[in-house]
Design a binder for this molecule. Structure first.
Ligand code: R5P
Length: 364
């Protein structure tokens, strides 16, 4: 049904991004109470009519910034919101999950481990989700954990455009580096965008959240190295990789990652490291106090807003990639403008490639 009324709702984990998406769509977040009972259980109440609505629940599976709550609360809020919307007769419920947490355990690496990425998919399906919209899944195969349609967007165009337009980085003076064997395909795709070559750092993990570099392959001599990863958690992967790369003759290191988790101590570790710039997006809220000249946050708000609009109008999502490719080609030829916006970039809130059909909604 193409005429269902689309409405946006958000949990507490990344309200800033949810508001940014709503703003870019020319609407506001729907009226919902998302809080806790005295016993600390999550409490959700949808406070407007959603019968027949095309509902989008925006929630990253990450720790909220200022609620003293956890990743698990973010997940529970999401499940309860989906359940509430289904029971309130929404026509369709789409989970917009800018950062899909619990994704690192996407397979058993040894006996008696869970596959948390699959369990979270099962939980979302059980809650009644009918569609998933996410950004840079830790492993693309996680799409297959769902029977519902999954749109796995990428922030790589936003990151590449920033490097090309703002840092004038492309071509043989730079090299894209994968910080581990698992990230080689991502690095190759990114290198194509920057029209350059790839190097690989081989990483060992003696235990969770600890890593060591075993080998570096590729030509780094005299080049600016750009490490591309999906997420920054402890920062250990990027710091160790950058040290190894500089020892191999790179002149400087810039890092790009879609999801800036910045677990305790990570930001300081990166600031103290030889990395010259750390670029992430706002799929996870980055506290103001750790943003500085070195840590740059780009917004995926426009990308998600455009995609939600397309989904609600039953228009192609793939066309967004075509538009991004064209934009990138213009950047590569030196005639393009920025495809990204800084999270503080108010001007860019006006632009959009799809007309909005949303009606204003309110949020308590
Ligand atoms: C690993 O598979 C991921 O792609 C990242 O490299 C890793 O999660 C980063 O973690 P940390 O910042 O703790 O090294």
């Amino acid at each position: 049904m193409a005429t269902a009324k689309p409405v946006l709702f958000a949990g507490n984990s990344n309200l800033a991004l949810a508001e940014e998406i709503a703003k870019k769509m020319g609407t506001r977040l729907g009226n919902a109470l998302v809080t806790t009972f005295a016993n600390e259980e999550c409490r959700v109440e949808i406070r407007e009519n959603v019968r027949g609505a095309d509902a989008f629940v925006i929630q990253s599976l990450c720790k909220p910034l200022d609620h003293g709550r956890s990743v698990n609360d973010a997940l529970m809020e999401m499940l309860l919101m989906i359940d509430a919307l289904r029971r309130a007769s929404a026509y369709r419920v789409t989970a917009v999950i800018p950062y899909y947490g619990y994704a690192k355990q996407d397979k058993k690496t040894k006996g008696r481990e869970p596959i948390s990425a699959k369990l979270v998919a099962n939980l979302l399906s059980t809650a009644g989700v009918q569609r998933i919209l996410t950004v840079d899944l830790h492993a693309a195969q996680i799409q297959g954990f769902f029977d519902e349609p999954v749109d796995n967007l990428t922030a790589s165009f936003i990151l590449a455009n920033y490097l090309i337009n703002n840092r004038k980085l492309r071509g043989p003076s730079c090299v894209v580096v994968s910080p581990d064997a698992g990230g080689v395909a991502r690095a190759e795709t990114f290198a194509k965008k920057l029209q350059t070559s790839v190097a690989i750092v081989f990483k060992r993990r003696p235990r969770p959240d600890v890593n060591e570099v075993s080998e570096v392959v590729g030509d780094l001599e005299g080049k600016t190295a750009i490490i591309i990863d999906d997420m920054i958690s402890t920062g250990g992967t990027l710091v160790k990789a950058s040290e190894a790369i500089l020892r191999r003759g790179a002149t400087s290191v810039i890092t790009c990652a879609t999801h800036g988790i910045f677990a305790a101590g990570a930001a300081q570790k990166l600031i103290d490291s030889p990395i010259s710039e750390v670029i992430v997006t706002d799929t996870i809220p980055v506290p103001m106090e750790i943003r500085n000249e070195k840590i740059k946050v780009l917004s995926v708000g426009k990308l998600l807003a455009d995609t939600i609009k397309r989904i609600s109008m039953n228009r192609s999502v793939s066309e967004i990639y075509d538009q991004q490719e064209m934009e990138l080609a213009r950047s590569q030829s030196g005639t393009g403008g920025p495809l990204f916006s800084s999270v503080d970039d108010a001007e860019s809130s006006q632009d959009s490639s799809v007309e909005s059909t949303l009606e204003p909604a309110t949020r308590e």
